[in-house]
Ligand binder design. Sequence first.
Ligand SMILES: Cc1cc2nc3c(=O)[nH]c(=O)nc-3n(C[C@H](O)[C@H](O)[C@H](O)COP(=O)(O)OP(=O)(O)OC[C@H]3O[C@@H](n4cnc5c(N)ncnc54)[C@H](O)[C@@H]3O)c2cc1C
Length: 496
Amino acid sequence: MASDVIIIGAGLNGLVAANYLAKAGKRVLVLERRAVAGGQAVTEAFGSGFRLDVLHAGGQLRPDIVSDLGLDVPASRSEPLISVLPGGGQLRLTADSDDRTLASIGSVSKRDAERWPGFVAFMSEASGFLDAAYRTPMPRLPNVSFSEGLPLAKLAMNLRQLGPRDMFRVIRALPMSALELTEEWFESDAVRAAIGAVAVHGATLGPMSAGTGYTLMHNWLNRGGLGHRRVEGGVGRIADALVAALKARGGEVRLSADVKRIILDDQTVRGVRLANGEEIAASTVMSAADPRHTLLTLVGAPELPPEFVWAAQSIKMRGSVAKVHLLTDGNHGLPAGTLIVAPSVRYVERAYDAAKYGQVSQQPYLEITADGAVVSLHYQFAPYALRERDWGQERAVLERSAVDTAAAAFPQLRSSIREIKSLTPLDLERTYGLTEGDLNHGQLILDQMFFMRPMPGWSTHKTPIDGLFLCGSGVHGGGGISGAAGRNAAKVVLKA
Ligand SMILES: Cc1cc2nc3c(=O)[nH]c(=O)nc-3n(C[C@H](O)[C@H](O)[C@H](O)COP(=O)(O)OP(=O)(O)OC[C@H]3O[C@@H](n4cnc5c(N)ncnc54)[C@H](O)[C@@H]3O)c2cc1C
């Protein structure tokens, strides 16, 4: 049966969009190039004897998406963020300000412990505002129609409801650096650094970069605090729930279906062509692949207006995240929680400095998670674009400094390691389809947010091609595993 809508990419945003459309009665076909659904939120076999959340260590869809779509998602639990301090101490942070958290902060600063609940309250207000902003369709500036202006006016009302003092504080925090923001709250460098590390998680920015106030709110919103939300049975079960719901609604997911071309006729979508030459017709195509790949590779520059091509080429990707997985004998000695090696703001900023100069940081900011015998190291910073070496040469360096840094924090770890598998930013591009290894499909920076995401004037999910829409992390509402971008895009398509 012919499909009304083809969706490219079975990551969470593609699957969320597919479900909203199928729920509204559309016949939907999702095409995924890999042999498994989930995109970056995937649990799969890896190496010999590994089965794990290969990329993303946890997370949750927005609760309203779960209830709108009636999803049977697995239970998840919030973990504390534990920062390993020099000398072996640990700083434990949670968003519920429990006694253990306050005692832990109190051990580095009594004053900071007193201020923690106020900071958490501020962050939940700020991330609540961001959530509302991510739900609000952005207008196509500079021409804002009345119908586009109305949701914006509603958002402004939302902001006003915070009251004059908090409204001002939230707006002011967006362009601030995480360092400036945390300096206003805390005196301890360890507390500032732990928060600053979460702010730059996944971004090619340091805690002293402008706009990391915004990325802190973004990551706080997606995590529901500072530590990860671990999904029982693995993060891939969220995709399983979405696929099951889609099938129950009559939709289809085809795996190992690599889209090579979006077929056009006179600037209008006619369908897609797969790598095996098969052509599938549809009058609407949504792409959850990143905007640069979609527009410049799947559509192609000759089909697009020159100014638009220039803007698409200018989307800043710049991935600098790598993963190093360690299969251990189980005696790794790691406590439960989202563990980080980010002892001072200066340390994290220095780790970022390396990326600025095209080098792999030798003293990286690490986020360490364990699942049974497998220990996963999220490594920042390891830039996609290396200046003097290539990733063939640099993989060994990456693995060595990942293990050295983690073992310095947890000495028992080294002797427990049986096997190492790493994913460089180049692997993220080749295996997971992330252009330049950018896990957000476009950096989360001030000039690529809200009405400028993925590029100024094109934040409505539409493109210059009739019938082609964008629904992945690279558009307003993304990145992260919230599903917000997919939900927003589906609403636009249904309206169109
Ligand atoms: C190491 C790491 C850590 C992360 N940590 C966090 C975190 O702490 N918090 C957070 O919120 N997010 C985090 N993320 C990001 C988060 O996982 C992503 O933002 C989210 O999963 C993206 O979903 P998506 O559907 O937009 O895109 P993706 O998951 O990238 O899905 C896109 C899909 O499109 C497919 N595709 C691409 N091109 C084609 C084609 N031509 N034909 C067919 N299919 C195609 C891809 O194979 C992929 O399955 C992390 C990501 C990584 C890699």
